[in-house]
Design a protein around this ligand. Structure first.
Ligand code: KIV
Length: 275
């Protein structure tokens, strides 16, 4: 009974939704990072990252695609499973990839796969008004859900590219309203990508669940970055919010530890990383 809690190191109890809510309430920043395999997951866990995302960004950084659209459910399950084997304390969240949540029933079937086969404890889906019913349906089935707002990489072919979202007043109001509706529908966490810092602050203050940002300013409850960006493995032009944590670090483990420290101490993100 409750072996999941017993088998882990007792001085590092596993992170749960309760832990994240307590961190939000206490003002302790939540450090999150992506991972795609067991070896990096183990390094990340040891460095004290709170939430690890088996992200569909694997389509770009692992598979070499231009977008996350080609990533399939089977691939997400495969990588999630590998990441879960490397984790002890951190909470594993896994992405529902493109079109894997087109209806509530399909979303439920695929969330169950991510949890039962992939070892995830929370699923993340790129969300807006059209996903309210899906979030509500998953929540009703006791699935922990993170709603991803702002820049939604799975929609870039429709929205016209990787661009900062919510820049004008109307778009900002609309996103704040959507965040509140998703919270009311049962979202346990919100993730905001590439939005003005002022909107990141407004959504964090205007909702009650933990809010994680990537390019959403310093006021969200936590930060997430793509592992290969902080380790300076990705090539080409980097988004403004990326910081290279290998600078001055001797190895991967120290770079990841520096990232955790920068998030917890609020040194990251600095003004130059914000919109
Ligand atoms: O897949 C991913 O890496 C993500 C991050 C951009 C948060 O969703």
């Amino acid at each position: 009974m409750y072996t999941q809690l017993q088998q882990r190191e007792s001085d590092r109890p596993p992170v749960t939704l309760t832990t994240l809510s307590q961190m939000r309430a206490a003002g302790e920043k939540i450090a999150c990072l992506t991972a795609y395999d067991a070896s990096f997951a183990a390094l990340i866990d040891a460095a004290g990252v709170d939430v690890v995302l088996a992200g569909d960004s694997l389509g770009m950084v692992i598979q070499g695609h231009d977008t996350t659209v080609p990533v399939t459910m089977d691939q997400m399950v495969y990588h999630s499973k590998a990441v879960s084997r490397g984790l002890r304390r951190a909470m594993l969240m896994a992405d529902l990839p493109f079109m894997s949540f087109a209806t509530p029933e399909v979303a439920l079937t695929n969330s169950v796969r991510l949890m039962q086969e992939g070892g995830a404890r929370m699923v993340k889906l790129e969300s807006g008004g059209a996903q309210l019913e899906i979030v509500e349906f998953l929540a009703r089935h006791d699935i922990a859900v993170c709603a991803h707002l702002g820049l939604k990489p799975q929609s870039v072919h429709k929205t016209g590219g990787f661009r900062v979202q919510g820049r004008d007043d109307e778009a900002a109001k609309h996103m704040l309203a959507q965040a509140r509706s998703l919270e009311s529908a049962g979202a346990d966490m919100l993730l905001l990508e590439c939005i003005p810092a002022s909107l990141g602050k407004a959504i964090t203050e205007g909702t009650h669940v933990p809010v994680i940002g990537i390019g959403a300013g310093p006021d969200t409850d936590g930060q997430i970055l793509v592992l290969y960006d902080i380790l300076d493995i990705t090539t080409g032009r980097k988004p403004r919010f990326v910081r290279n944590f290998m600078n001055g670090a001797g190895d991967n483990a120290s770079a990841i530890a520096r990232y955790v420290d920068a998030v917890k101490s609020r040194a990251y993100p600095a003004p130059e990383h914000c919109f």
